[in-house]
Design a protein around this ligand. Structure first.
Ligand code: ADP
Ligand code: RBF
Ligand code: MG
Length: 151
């Protein structure tokens, strides 16, 4: 894969309420960042589906997938930055501090003909991220992220 100077990109902020469009019912809850964090994104992160690492309140680091954009399937007016952590949690964590290391690009954020297609594609994104994040290069991003969190 060619080198992409956007990565790694670090961001941190408290988890806020999103549009509540039932992504949780779809089995894919996404922790939303506040607008201030979204507005700090460099222009190169206009939109897209990404993978990387995530940590809550400085705790363990988990794999994640992230959607950036206006979610064309839903036609949102505002750009959002939503993180699905690849870990099962027993309860919600609104208000907690979420830190992310965005370390790679999967695809553009696009529209779909049906919700079923959107959900299937997100499951493919999760499978992609699960494999790629086991690579040596991604482990170095993981280790640098740990230092960034702990500093
Ligand atoms: P909202 O529209 O408020 O973002 P979601 O249906 O997207 O609602 O659910 C997101 C919330 O679910 C998160 O803010 C978090 O509190 C909780 N949650 C539970 N497990 C996860 C997970 N694995 N990844 C992301 N969020 C999760
Ligand atoms: N929404 C879209 O409209 N188009 C997409 O291509 C898209 N890709 C996503 C990829 C991932 C990995 C995740 C977690 C979400 C994605 N979403 C996308 C956002 C999804 O529609 C959103 O989480 C729900 O609408 C709940 O806010
Ligand atoms: Mg959400």
């Amino acid at each position: 894969m060619e080198v992409d100077g956007r990565f790694p990109y670090y961001a941190q902020g408290s988890v806020v309420k999103g549009f509540g469009r039932g992504s949780k019912d779809m089995g894919i809850p996404t922790a939303n960042f506040p607008d201030e964090v979204v507005d700090q994104l460099p222009a190169a992160f206009d939109q897209g589906v990404y993978y990387g690492w995530a940590s809550l309140d400085g705790g363990p680091i988990y794999k994640m997938v992230m959607s950036v954009g206006t979610n064309p399937f839903w036609n949102n007016e505002r750009k959002t930055m939503e993180t699905h952590i690849l870990q099962k949690f027993d309860s919600d964590f609104y208000g907690k501090s979420l830190a992310v290391c965005v370390s790679g690009f999967i695809r553009d954020n696009v529209s779909f003909e049906s919700l079923d297609q959107l959900v299937k594609t997100i499951h493919t994104d999760i499978a992609t991220a699960t494999v790629v994040l086991d690579s040596e290069k991604q482990k170095t991003f993981h280790d640098s992220f740990r230092k960034w969190i702990d500093q």
